[in-house]
Design a protein around this ligand. Structure first.
Ligand code: ADP
Length: 491
């Protein structure tokens, strides 16, 4: 600035001087002044222009994987989409054909738009690792669905605090579990015990006669044969270990319920592979057996059944807490007496009247499903995983409340299935149960099962309290129905 000012003054003085008009070629002094002037202008302009250019430049690319780079139409996209639309190229072959999962999903999406005449703009596309879901989680992807994840807690369980991630669209749910966690923590925490860890698979085998089916049952259940069968079963995995085989007959059909531990995996693939090994071995002694199906529904997967309720499937857990009377009053806004009566009349008698099968609870499924979705479990397994009996009793001369949940079939894993995806894996990490537990394989999945039960305990406590205090509708109107015009929002 100083140089510009001085040179400008000098130039003006030179130009206005009567005797010394600026004329070319320039003299030494004039030349120096002009160079000074130009140099200052260029320097000042560069000071202004560089930050301006920076502010207009696109932001530096975040640390994204090559798969997440913005898409540019590739050569040949148009032909491929046209081939999918015409049916010449089956949509399910895009990944194999293109060897690029993200591009395959993008072109499938475009083909879908053209075929249906409807866009799916609201369905997000960016942000999913399409390579990670190939052969693991989902076929023929075109995007993903967003679900909000709330965090309830801390849940004080077995002396440790957990912040529980819950994926849900039901307003009130996270707030309710959060309140239950507060009541539990204020009363010293909850305690859990894992009673059993046994995933099951039950093939159905047809034999020429009921007598032959009975012979196979005796053979499979004979203690002397267990070692040989277990050796066959255990060949399939480092983690799957056969625990037992329980048989049921229907005429000449034999249902064999194999149970095994599965480490940190939920275990359905593992147990199925083990069962296949054993069936191959049994064919040596029973060549007349006909394997109708690797799953004969006596397993029972994703169906409400008595066999799971009685025998358990996956992790069987009991969880309890004693809630101080003062906390029942101050946090839950009700009384011990009202809660105990409500539990008998609703969760026990009411469910008996309804003919419930493992549904002796207020809303275990709400918590199980939200936690399952957040942590990459199979949400369809909420059917049996939510089987739960909630018990409430007045203790300490009627002053305090003992509450427990007994859940025989919590089917969870921390490795395999949807647990590998980034967001689900982050939620597992939040709970400290991500992946395989190397020191003690299976410990992560077991811990996750106890966290599920502890969260259900919190949810049961809070919902029962809301019902006892007559607050359910009021709180749902507050959290579950905003003042928005719902019909308008949906359209
Ligand atoms: P699922 O049976 O739940 O469908 P998979 O058997 O398909 O799961 O996936 C589990 C995989 O993870 C197996 O290949 C298994 O060998 C491997 N694995 C690595 N560590 C563990 C562990 N700690 N517990 C169980 N499986 C593990």
């Amino acid at each position: 600035m100083a140089s510009l000012l001085l040179s400008s003054c000098n130039l003006l003085r030179l130009c206005s001087h009567r005797d010394r008009h600026l004329s070319f070629p320039l003299g030494g002094r004039e030349f120096a002044t002009v160079v000074c002037q130009l140099g200052s202008v260029v320097y000042l302009l560069s000071l202004i222009a560089i930050p301006l250019a920076h502010s207009q430049a696109p932001p530096a690319a975040p640390n994204i994987t090559p798969a997440q780079k913005p898409d540019r139409p590739d050569d040949g996209d148009e032909e491929i989409v046209a081939a999918v639309v015409s049916g010449a190229l089956p949509s399910h072959r895009l990944e194999a054909q293109l060897k690029d999962c993200r591009r395959a999903a993008r072109l499938r999406r475009e083909a879908l738009r053209r075929i249906t005449g409807r866009g799916v703009e609201g369905l997000p596309f960016d942000g999913m690792d399409y390579q990670a879901i190939l052969g693991q989680c989902c076929e023929m992807p075109v995007g993903f669905v967003q679900l909000p994840v709330g965090v309830a807690g801390p849940l004080l369980l077995d002396g440790r605090h957990y912040h529980v991630p819950m994926a849900t669209t039901e307003g009130c749910l996270v707030a309710s579990v959060n309140r239950g966690c507060r009541a539990i923590a204020a009363s010293g925490g909850a305690a859990s015990v894992l009673l059993r860890d046994a995933m099951s698979r039950a093939p159905v085998i047809k034999l020429p006669s009921a007598k032959r089916a009975a012979e196979l049952k005796m053979f499979v259940e004979a203690p002397d044969n267990f070692q040989a069968l277990a050796a066959e079963f255990n060949k399939s995995s480092r983690f799957g270990r056969l625990q037992g085989i329980q048989c049921a007959l229907a005429g000449r059909n034999l249902y064999m319920r194999f149970t095994c531990s599965t480490g940190d995996a939920m275990g359905m693939n593992m147990v199925s592979k083990g069962v296949e090994n054993v069936l191959g071995y049994l064919l040596n002694n029973f060549p007349d057996m006909d394997v109708i199906s690797i799953s004969g529904n006596y397993c029972s997967d994703k169906k409400p059944t008595a066999v799971n309720w009685i025998e358990g499937r996956g992790k069987s857990v009991v969880c309890e807490a004693t809630i101080k009377g003062s906390v029942v009053q101050s946090v839950l806004k009700t009384t011990v007496e009202k809660l105990v009566e409500l539990n008998i009349v609703k969760n026990l008698a009411g469910s008996a009247v309804a003919g419930a099968l493992g549904g002796f609870n207020a809303h275990a499924s709400n918590i199980v499903t939200a936690l399952f979705i957040a942590t990459g479990q199979d949400p369809a397994q909420n059917v049996e995983s939510s089987q739960c009996i909630t018990m409430l009793e007045a203790v300490n001369e009627g002053n305090d409340l003992h509450i427990s949940v007994t859940m025989p079939s919590i089917e969870v894993g921390t490795i395999g299935g949807g647990t590998c995806l980034a967001s689900q894996s982050a939620c597992l990490n939040l709970l400290g149960v991500k992946g395989s537990n190397h020191e003690s394989p299976g410990a992560n999945a077991k811990l996750l099962a106890t966290i599920v039960a502890g969260s259900v305990l919190a949810g049961e406590l809070s919902l029962l309290a809301a019902l006892a205090a007559g607050q359910l509708v009021k709180s749902h109107m507050k959290y579950n129905r905003s003042s928005k015009d719902v019909a308008k929002a949906a359209s």
